[in-house]
Design a binder for this molecule. Sequence first.
Ligand code: AQP
Length: 332
Amino acid sequence: MNRIFSGVQPTGNLHLGNYLGAIRNWVTLQHDYECIFCIVDLHALTLPQDPAELRASTREVAAAYIAAGIDPERCIIFNQSMVSAHAELSWLLSCLTPLGWLNRMTQFKEKAGKHRDNAGLGLYAYPVLMAADILAYKATHVPVGEDQKQHLELARDIAGAFNRRYERDFFPLPEPQIFGTATRVMSLRDGARKMSKSDTSDYSRINMTDDSELIGLKIRRAKTDPEPLPDTIAALETRPEADNLVGIYAALAGESREAALARFAGQNFSTFKEALSALSVEVLGHIGGEMRRLLAETGHIDAILKRGAERAAAIAMPVLREVQDITGLLRP
Ligand code: AQP
């Protein structure tokens, strides 16, 4: 059986990168896989969070999933902290994860910055919790953006380490699914940095809840260069901001980068940006409106999350029990 697990952190400001790199792909995949989509609130705690904002962001991510087209009847949608198997399995897996594996994780280095000694243990152990998220469901496939590739390789290594230690084929090695034309959407202000929820510059990203005016403004202000658009993708290699905008256009239009570029080759950025704004509003406007509608009445979202947690626990808790038995933990 093919089962998908994936998630988004409720850290505020869901953006176009989260949509194109992850959520939009899930909408397609839900028809071919058994799908579990999580709001990973325990991961959010690896950096300081305001409690009220964390609760609001958790509902906002759930609203984004549903507004984007994920069917809560067909798929399981829930928040991570509601199923204790994630945290419990994470401990058991951390006991067989060598420090050397975690020391290689680039996201920890980026997020901890220069003051590594002050970074929390949770931030360091984040990839083990992510492995537990996936393995608690024996998920076979994990659709993510490019930035999560390294963590997913670690999840495979940890699954393999468990299987070897206890000499059985218990956990499947989860396959990453990184696809689409926008696996790494970059900041609108800096083509060398990925678009991120935690970027302090509001103009760096398009949020899923931005209205049409704000989307237009952000795209008009997006960093570009003075040259018109070239006619080959190769010529975009040295122009990261232009390359990023062409990639976003292609992903939103559902076409290749080549096809997107062919429409605008030789034209200046003001014409291209106008078309990109119109397309962004066409795709995101509806989703943002639906998110606002869903969030106006939180009872509906909470009921979906509660039911989702029950369905998730019914899968994950028996897996955890088996792991406890295999590991030798007595359950009298
Ligand atoms: N810029 C991006 N381009 C493509 N995909 C992206 N994803 C994130 N940013 C981009 C994908 O979205 C999913 C959820 O990501 P996450 O919430 O777990 O956290 P993240 O990867 O750390 O994303 P952010 O937005 O940068 O959040 P913060 O600022 O809180 O760290 C994942 O599948 C991810 O690949």
